[in-house]
Design a protein around this ligand. Structure first.
Ligand code: 5GP
Length: 126
């Protein structure tokens, strides 16, 4: 079920619980601003989620309200995770789903990193 991106941040969303340590995750990288962990239902041989530690519903929310430091740390964090995972040479894909048509399911901003095989065309038709 896709979320409504205009909703207020919900402290009980699953990634908020992961950030509070209430739900386990397989962390691949963490600093003061970002957490990166394996997706529970991988859609590629490597599927990592990167989230900001701040309470932001979506890319829209983050780009409007995030501080310059949070935004730069997040962008650098995504790049760091991909480099750390050895994805640069073969390539990888970033994806951020926003709102209903973007089919965002978890209302805490996250960027998907996919890698590990040729990922095909950008979108399936239909
Ligand atoms: P969205 O459609 O919102 O962009 O993607 C949400 C992603 O979160 C999905 O790929 C889903 O597999 C992942 N996910 C949902 N719940 C959990 C969880 O509890 N742990 C982890 N590691 N990933 C989750």
């Amino acid at each position: 079920m896709a979320i409504d991106p205009t909703l207020e941040y919900d402290d009980n969303n699953i990634f908020a619980k992961i950030l509070r340590g209430e739900i386990p995750n397989k962390t691949v990288y963490e600093n003061d601003y970002v957490l990166a962990f394996h997706d529970i239902n991988p859609q590629a041989p490597h599927h990592i989620l990167v989230i900001p530690k701040g309470a932001y519903v979506s890319w829209d929310d983050f780009s409007a309200r995030g501080s310059d430091t949070e935004i730069s740390e997040f962008v650098r964090g995504v790049g760091h995770v991909a480099r750390q995972a050895g994805m640069v040479e073969s390539g990888y894909r970033l994806l951020a789903n926003i709102g209903r048509d973007g089919h965002q399911e978890v209302p805490h901003l996250h960027v998907h990193i996919f890698a590990g095989k040729p990922l095909g065309p950008m979108l399936n038709n239909g």
